[in-house]
Each structure stands twice: as C-alpha cells, then as structure tokens.
Write a protein of this length. Structure first.
Length: 209
C-alpha cells in the first residue's frame, strides 16, 4: 500500500507541475495566436471569447469522457486508464503547438485535452481510493494536496523564465517532460479494478433520488 501511494503521489506531483505550466500560460498563448489572426479592433473581444470557447470544449469533453473511462477501468484497471491518458495528452500538446500556424488545431487540442483529463482523473481517483486505508484517507489526501499547492509556487516562475528566454514551445516541451516522469512513476504502481457494483451512472441515479 505504501508503494502504491508513493507511486500515485509522484504521478500526481509531476502532473501538477505539467498542468501548472499549461493552465497558467496556455490561455495567454491562445490569446496571442488570435491576436495575430484578427484585426486590432476585434482582438481583445475575439481573443477572450476564443479562450472561453476553448476551455468550454475542454471541460465538456472531460465530463463526457467519464463513462468511457469507467468502461476502460472495468476492463483494464485504473492503472491502465491512467496509462492510456498519456497518448491523448501528447496529441493535445502537439496540436496546441501546431495551432500557432493553423488556428483550427485549437479545436483538436481542446478535444484531446479534455479526453486525457477525463481519463487521467477517473483512473487516478479510483486508484487513490483503493491505495489508502479508509481511516487515513484524509491524511494521505492532504499530503497530495500540499504537494500540489507547492507546485503552484514553482510553475509561475519556471514558466515565465522558459517563455522569456526560449518561447512558449519550450514551456510545452517541459510540461511534456513532467508527464513522461509521471508515466515512469506509474510503472511502479500495481493494477486495480473497480468494484462491479459501483457504476458511475448507477451512483449518479441513486444520488439524484
């Protein structure tokens, strides 16, 4: 159990580092791309709308991915759901970089970004619940949350330096390296499957009642 928790903690921390960079600076990057496409008069309004539409699509796809992630979890286990999420992550990152030349790639980036987020967080939370003792759940969760908060102190400085000296692409590649480190940490976790009576839709229906 300790090994499983340590592995998940490393996965979570590296991924927080990656998405600390991406969540802070990708909206600026998207706004900058739109700034270069539209006229000066329309830039601010269109730029803000563009960023909002991007995030709306991202989170919509994330929510819609949960049933798919659940099916994968029952068939493959939580660990493999997390592993699968790394493929759409790099597609998300690739399309984000390519969108500098082709604006329509932002739609693909938002789609794959939401897909990887839905897969990852479903698998991660499923593994986390099974990796820790129910009596110490709050303690272990606080450790992960504390490390996540610490990454928020690092990423603004790191991201600013990367963009200032090397540009946005270097920031995206650095985020990719952090996710690769998360993938390496995941190797040391063992596979878990959810209970067969704990379906997402069933739980949602019961909750509504």
């Amino acid at each position: 159990m300790k090994k499983q928790f340590l592995s998940l903690t490393l996965v979570s921390t590296f991924r927080h580092l990656a998405f600390g960079l991406l969540s802070l600076f990708s909206p600026i990057y998207i706004f900058q791309i739109i700034f270069g496409v539209f006229s000066m008069e329309a830039t601010v309004k269109v730029g803000v709308i563009g960023v909002l539409l991007y995030m709306l699509l991202f989170y919509l796809i994330k929510i819609l991915t949960f049933p798919l992630a659940e099916n994968f979890a029952f068939k493959l286990g939580f660990k493999n759901v997390i592993a699968i999420s790394f493929l759409p992550f790099f597609l998300y990152l690739g399309f984000l970089i390519l969108s500098e030349k082709h604006l329509y790639f932002l739609a693909f980036s938002a789609f794959f970004g939401g897909l990887q987020a839905g897969l990852f967080w479903f698998g991660y939370h499923g593994m986390f619940v099974k990796a820790v003792n129910e009596h110490s759940f709050g303690f272990h969760e606080s450790i992960c949350n504390s490390l996540g908060i610490l990454t928020l102190l690092v990423t603004p400085i790191l991201g600013s330096l990367l963009i200032f000296f090397f540009g946005f692409t270097s920031l995206f590649l650095t985020a990719g390296v952090f996710v690769l480190l998360a993938a390496v940490a995941l190797v040391f976790a063992h596979r878990d499957k959810p209970l067969h009576d704990a379906r997402f839709l069933t739980s949602f229906i019961l909750f509504k009642k």
